[in-house]
Design a protein around this ligand. Structure first.
Ligand code: GDP
Ligand code: GDP
Length: 443
């Protein structure tokens, strides 16, 4: 039994051209009776010594306009279902379009091995578009020219690997782009910062008892509430006040409890007592938020007790940006959980931070920015070796994650990487959110 390879992609990317190239003259039209719309073609295909059945899903453009989308979708689904391997074709000269993403979504859900082809890449054309294909989450694209018969050695290798290959990892992130549940928030911070007081205010009832003695909060995993029509879930409020019997254990406990809450949340409010300076533990907690890749908002609580407000704000801002440079520009919102002052502004900052955390920057904008960077502040030569940075794309949101393609990137100094991250943060207005940047060598 030969493996079945379905050629999938939006119209015009070159599926039929590729099919013809693979199958040569051995085409068997499945249904070529006159008057019957051709649904798909299949035929015995070869690349090198590999043999398989290729299925072409193209040719539906002839179908009636009104039903085209539906027919294409059904066609793609049924081909995907019947296939052992999926050959996903995109147009490297165009880059990724919403239509590509739509078809990629169908393919991802099937959980079958995928070979991603960046077609129309003859003579190194379409390099940028080929890199763009990375963000489909279907693995590394194989640059190819079906029309000019280029890249088939790489295609052979990729197909060979795919036969008996594990299904691609599910890209959870793409799922996250769908409809959302409530926005989940954790409120963390040192004991006595005022977390319970804030939560009580948000929830609007004495669900969590507050008091000067630590550890009186009743256990609850999450509290749901609606804020200005928006569903909000406060997660893992239990961990915040778990009783620490021995005073010197308290510090360690607050950090490890925070971790649990942070992992359940999208946005984390780190609550500080504004009447005292940042302490090591505050920094540890905020650093944890950034390392866990969550959106961060800092609440400066007990603002009602602060006398010289402008000066205090300035000091806190300076300290936060200096000590937490990895999330520079994070929102810093003075509040009084006790009086309610500033709580609305805090929630606005939370929604805003969530939006930033979810943001996707178009690849073209990123690369325009990168060009400017390379012109004005190119990477330094390291031990005589020139680092070449070629192309950047955002592969994920939540938090924003970028991949930079280049050569010898492993020798880039840490300071230059920070410079790039800060540059991204400024250019694309990503304050306060952790930014991930990884490097890859193009093939
Ligand atoms: P399908 O709708 O996905 O089956 O796409 P087709 O195979 O019909 O190709 C669409 C257009 O792209 C046609 O004009 C092809 O000649 C052209 N095409 C296909 N492969 C390549 C390629 O490798 N390079 C270039 N430049 N054009 C191609
Ligand atoms: P938690 O341990 O972080 O949950 O802190 P609590 O919410 O229990 O608050 C600790 C203490 O600080 C309590 O005595 C609160 O009344 C007090 N507190 C909380 N928020 C404020 C505030 O905005 N202003 C003032 N003056 N006191 C506050």
């Amino acid at each position: 039994m030969l493996p079945v390879v379905a050629i999938i992609g939006r119209p015009n990317v070159g599926k039929s051209t590729l099919f013809n190239r693979l199958v040569g003259r051995r085409i068997a039209l499945v249904d070529d009776r006159p008057g019957v719309t051709r649904d798909r073609r299949e035929g015995e295909a070869t690349v090198g010594d590999l043999e398989f059945i290729a299925i072409d899903t193209a040719g539906l453009e002839d179908a009636e306009e009104a039903t085209l989308a539906g027919r294409m979708r059904a066609q793609t689904m049924s081909a995907v279902e019947g296939a052992d391997i999926i050959l996903f074709v995109m147009d490297a000269r165009v880059g990724i379009t919403p239509e590509d993403e739509y078809f990629a979504g169908i393919v991802r859900k099937a959980g079958k091995p995928v070979v991603l082809v960046a077609n129309k890449a003859e003579g190194h054309g379409g390099t940028a578009g080929a890199y763009d294909a990375f963000r489909l989450g279907l693995g590394d694209p194989v640059p190819l020219s079906a029309e000019h018969n280029e890249g088939f050695v790489d295609l052979y290798q990729a197909l060979n690997a795919a036969i008996g290959h594990e299904p691609p990892e599910e890209d959870e992130d793409e799922e996250d782009d769908g409809p959302r549940g409530p926005l989940s928030i954790a409120v963390v911070g040192r004991p006595n910062a005022g977390k319970s007081t804030l939560i009580n205010r948000l929830v609007g009832e004495d669900r969590l008892l507050t008091g000067p003695e630590a550890g009186i909060t009743r256990d609850s995993i999450a509290v749901d509430l609606v804020w200005r029509g928006r569903d909000i879930r406060l997660v893992d409020t239990a961990g915040m006040r778990r009783k620490a019997r021995i005073q010197d254990k308290l510090e360690k406990l607050a950090v490890s409890d925070s971790l649990r809450s942070i992992q359940f949340a999208e946005v984390v409010v780190v609550m500080l007592d504004a009447t005292i300076p940042f302490e090591k533990q505050d920094l540890q907690i905020a650093d944890l938020v950034s390392r866990e890749g969550r959106a961060l908002v800092i609440a400066l609580n007990k603002w009602d007790l602060v006398e010289e407000r402008a000066g205090a704000m300035k000091r806190h801002r300076e300290a936060a940006d200096r000590l937490l440079a990895q999330v520079r520009g994070m929102p810093l919102v003075p509040i009084s959980a006790a009086t309610g002052e500033g709580v609305d502004r805090l929630m606005e900052a939370v929604l805003q931070a969530h939006e930033v955390w979810n943001r996707r920057v178009p690849t073209a904008r990123i690369n325009r920015w990168l060009e400017g960077v390379l012109e004005h502040h190119p990477p330094p030569a390291v031990r005589g070796a020139r680092v070449k940075l070629r192309y950047m794309t955002q592969t994920k949101a939540r938090p924003p994650t970028f991949v930079l393609f280049g050569t010898r990137t492993s020798v880039l100094p840490e300071s230059y990487v920070r410079y790039l991250v800060n540059g991204l943060r400024e250019a694309f207005e990503l304050p306060g959110t952790p930014i991930r940047l990884t490097f890859r060598e193009p093939k």
